[in-house]
Design a binder for this molecule. Structure first.
Ligand code: UDX
Length: 429
């Protein structure tokens, strides 16, 4: 298939690259000329495991190219994917101006039948608006179809998620684009759900909100565990073995962050409100998420009492493992809380220090995780990077002025930590 992807952010770049990897001919379009130059010269604007190698391979094979010309992208392909940002506005609703702009540009450049596929996360009914816009701005009055094909990839595992999807959702208004969409996804051997556009759009918000709900649920359980002497990991394991529930997304901690869950929750609450439903359940999910952070900060202040002039080492700045993304990162939020209380910070992250420098001021960035504890009054684990399990705990205990470790991601075994001599406080255990 000849495919064009408009927008080379996390979703667009992974989508284009993985489509090329399975043999399609792909053009990635971005209006940011600098970014296109970086990509054309073999650079990589984001950190995503495995992506750089795949981009190199497919560019060399002649299946993947980059341009900032939408006209070229529209002219050369039959299927055009829109993967542009849909950022939140101050009231929680979604800013669809990029969607609208790209829809117009596609329309103005269309001279033959095109399938326009929305991959960005959008409110239900957006497909109708895209179709109206294309119809209005298409000078040549050519035929087209709008398709909704939401993306479920996780940052840090994006390539893996794209290559091995649990399911592919395709929302259509007519049968005409179905065969082409099936061919596009056929190499992935995944179940394909063909449904109407509104349902496809809703699947994305409903799924993400449910996952966020699952995390808040286990975080609420962690509060009960702490109050009753139970262990939230044991509870999660026992719950998770019920195949109706499943163990994934039942890890208690500092709460969820990132560029998707917080935004999608607010958007879904707003969309529901506009449709006449007060989604109080999801408001509570948000509430639990923010109180989880407050409770953790309180755990630190209850132990250290006054934070002013104390030094705290923080392991992890990314919003989760395997990414350099610090957008709405609970780890950054925690750092800001600690700074507000007057603490000095020594911080480390395997990938996110570059991006963290833009949002964290007056902290010491440490290049080796085993040096973070040096001279600190306490150490905090804020992101679930697997390498933190290999921390030299003996060294950290000796380096700390007091052997106190707050584990916001339940990385270590409670008994083991106490045996080493730590005052060890984690979440829900
Ligand atoms: C999410 C969805 O998983 C993905 O399907 C969608 O397309 C985009 O949003 P992402 O934001 O990349 O992906 O991260 P994810 O791995 O889902 O984690 C989100 C947040 O939840 C992170 O802050 C993570 O630390 C937290 N989390 C996750 C928990 O606190 N506990 C868990 O059990 C799982």
């Amino acid at each position: 298939m000849k495919l064009t992807i408009i927008g080379t952010g996390y979703v667009g770049l992974v989508t284009g690259t993985c489509f090329a990897e399975v043999g399609h001919q792909v053009i990635c379009v971005d209006k940011d000329a600098e970014k296109v130059k970086v990509l054309q010269s073999g650079g990589m604007p984001i950190y995503e495991p495995g992506l750089r190698e795949l981009v190199d391979k497919n560019v060399k094979a002649g299946r993947l190219s980059f341009t900032n010309s939408t006209a070229e992208g529209v002219a050369k392909s039959d299927v055009i994917f829109i993967a542009v940002p849909t950022p939140p506005m101050s009231d929680g609703s979604v800013d669809l101006s990029f969607m609208e702009g790209v829809s117009r540009e596609i329309a103005q450049n269309m001279t033959s039948y095109k399938i326009v596929v929305d991959k960005s996360t959008v409110p239900v009914n957006t497909g109708d608006k895209v179709a109206e816009t294309i119809k209005r701005y298409c000078k040549a009055k050519v035929d087209f179809d709008v398709v909704s094909n939401p993306e479920f990839l996780r940052e840090g595992f994006a390539v893996e998620d794209f290559m091995k999807p649990d399911r592919v959702v395709i929302g259509v208004r007519s049968q005409r684009p179905v065969a082409a969409m099936r061919s596009t996804y056929e190499p992935f051997n995944a179940p394909i759900i063909v449904t109407d556009i509104n349902s496809a759009e809703l699947i994305k918000h409903a799924a993400n909100s449910f996952l966020a709900l699952k995390i808040s649920y286990i975080n609420a359980i962690s509060v009960i565990c702490e109050a009753s002497g139970a262990n939230v990991q044991e509870v999660a394991n026992g719950m998770g073995m019920d195949t109706r529930i499943g163990r994934r997304f039942l890890d208690a901690g500092l709460g969820f962050g990132g560029s998707c869950f917080p935004k999608d929750l607010s958007a879904f609450i707003k969309i529901s409100e506009q449709l006449g439903y007060d989604f109080r359940l999801l408001k509570e999910v948000q509430q639990i998420n923010s109180s989880q952070m407050e409770r953790f900060v309180k755990k630190i202040t209850d132990t250290l009492w006054v934070l002013k002039d104390k030094t705290i080492g923080v392991l992890g700045l990314a919003f989760k493992q395997n990414t350099d993304d610090v957008r709405l990162s609970p780890a950054i939020d925690l750092c800001l809380h600690l700074q507000k209380e007057g603490a000095k910070l020594r911080v480390y992250d395997p990938q996110a220090m570059g991006k963290a420098r833009a949002v964290l001021k007056d902290v010491t960035f440490v290049e080796d995780m085993n040096d973070v504890a040096e001279g600190c009054d306490a150490l905090v684990v804020a992101t679930e990077w697997p390498e933190f399990k290999n921390l030299d705990l003996e060294k950290a205990r000796r380096a700390l002025t007091h052997p106190i470790l707050f584990d916001g991601r339940n990385m270590f075994d409670v008994k083991e930590m106490e045996k080493i001599g730590f005052i060890y406080k984690s979440v829900g255990r």
